[in-house]
Write a protein that binds this ligand. Structure first.
Ligand code: PLP
Length: 407
């Protein structure tokens, strides 16, 4: 830092968000030079030709004239009613409009919900790999991420005994991402029940990032954790970005469930933090009720013949055909998280590999270590491109890995 430059928050040096980091910046430079890139770094349906459903667009257009005032800090009443009804139908205990928080995407609510909870040095149990905003928000709200491992040899599922062994007197919450980004793991009911039991025993808040709840393949069923948690305070996160193909509208929600008496102070803290930022984007909130009626979601595209299903099939087939790749087939969400194995894995550095793919093969992928894992032989791609384009990407990946294996 030169003596004239502005100071920045020190803990930012611990924070990484490489999905939009150095490699993405380099990609923009290359594009400015005229290169055509295949960018697989962001799970952004709109960037791959997926449009938000028309009836959601209409719901916003029909109400745009009335969206000029601020609304309640927790969200528009009719939107919160629709979210509470959706959760009640799922069996979420004590879900009510008063316990719904609408935010500018789940992203904002992740930050607010951790800020409402943490004091300096408090610990949060996070999955490894994680969606890196969870680590970043924990750190920037003065907490300490403590990672429970979700390893590929266990289908990227956590081991509840290992999870419980990490609980300390400073632990405040368990975060789970289900279905998972980046691994695609979908947690079975028996595992969720074990996680609930740990949270109950140690009086921890459950924070369930379920933004991919409608994106499952091959008959896998999504199991929400809140209905299993009974009186235990639980925050369940969902939104319009993925299942409803409307990332840019910035609409997400969090539902507080369990015994209201056990989370009254926390509710007030969330409400206060919501009030300090006034309210979430109002026009987008008019689409929530229409969205939760369940028509025209992304879900049918996960069935055989559907675009996402076929992209996932391409991923699975390409990895199976490669002697350099191994894959735990994703059961849900929008990503593949393969590992590099065999001769190509010797001395492998996921960043150097991602940079080589960008500079020499015009493909932008995300290095696995961006997701807070201790190993460096994974990478993430999104399943959103056309299946044929994904096959082309894997041909290029295999070419680079074959070269590396031969070196
Ligand atoms: N949680 C997970 C697991 C995600 O993958 C994402 C976005 O990719 C988010 C939260 C943030 O979503 P939103 O667009 O609602 O802010």
């Amino acid at each position: 830092m030169s003596s004239s430059s502005l100071p920045t928050r020190q803990r930012l040096s611990e924070v990484r968000y490489e999905i939009r980091g150095e490699l993405a910046r380099r990609a923009r430079e290359l594009e400015a030079q005229g290169r055509t890139l295949i960018k697989l770094n962001i799970g952004n349906p709109g960037a791959f030709g997926f449009r938000a459903p028309e009836h959601l667009q209409r719901a916003i257009a029909d109400h745009i004239a009335g969206t000029d005032p601020y609304t309640h800090q927790q969200g528009l009443p009719q939107a919160r009613e629709a979210i509470a009804a959706f959760h009640k139908a799922r069996g979420t205990p004590n879900a009510s409009p008063e316990r719904v928080f609408v935010g500018n995407g789940v992203s904002e609510l992740i930050d607010i919900s951790l800020r409402a909870l943490l004091n300096p040095g408090d610990e949060v149990l996070l999955p490894s790999p994680d969606y890196p905003l969870w680590s970043a928000a924990t750190i920037l709200n003065d907490g300490r991420p403590v990672y429970y491992r979700c390893d590929p040899d266990n289908g990227f599922l956590p081991d509840p005994d290992q999870m419980e062994a990490l609980v300390s007197s400073r632990t405040r919450a368990i975060v789970l991402i289900n279905p998972n980004n980046p691994t695609g793991a979908n947690y079975p009911k028996s595992l969720l029940e074990r996680i609930v039991a740990i949270a109950q025993k140690h009086k921890l808040l459950l924070m369930a990032d379920e933004i991919y709840d409608g994106i499952l393949y091959d008959g896998h069923q999504f199991e929400p954790i809140a209905p299993l948690a009974g009186d235990l305070p639980c925050l369940s996160f969902g939104g319009l970005s993925k299942v409803h193909r409307a990332c840019g509208w910035r609409v997400g929600w969090a539902v507080l469930s369990g015994d209201p008496l056990a989370s009254g102070d926390y509710h007030h803290a969330m409400d206060l933090l919501g009030a300090l930022r006034l309210c979430a984007n109002v026009p987008g909130q008019f689409a929530i009720e229409a969205a939760l009626h369940g028509q025209d979601t992304i879900t049918p595209l996960c069935e055989p013949g559907g675009r996402l299903y076929e992209a996932r099939r391409a991923l699975i087939e390409c990895c199976a055909a490669s002697e350099h790749l191994q894959l735990v087939a994703p059961q849900g969400a929008l990503y593949g998280f393969p590992s590099v194995v065999g001769a190509a894995a010797a001395g492998f550095d996921d960043h150097a590999f991602a940079l080589e793919m960008l500079e020499h093969e015009d493909v932008l992928i995300v290095p696995g270590s961006s997701f807070n894992v201790p190993y460096r032989n994974h990478f993430r791609v999104t399943l959103l491109p056309e299946p044929a384009q994904l096959r082309e990407v894997f041909a290029r990946i295999d070419r680079v890995l074959a070269r590396r294996a031969a070196d």
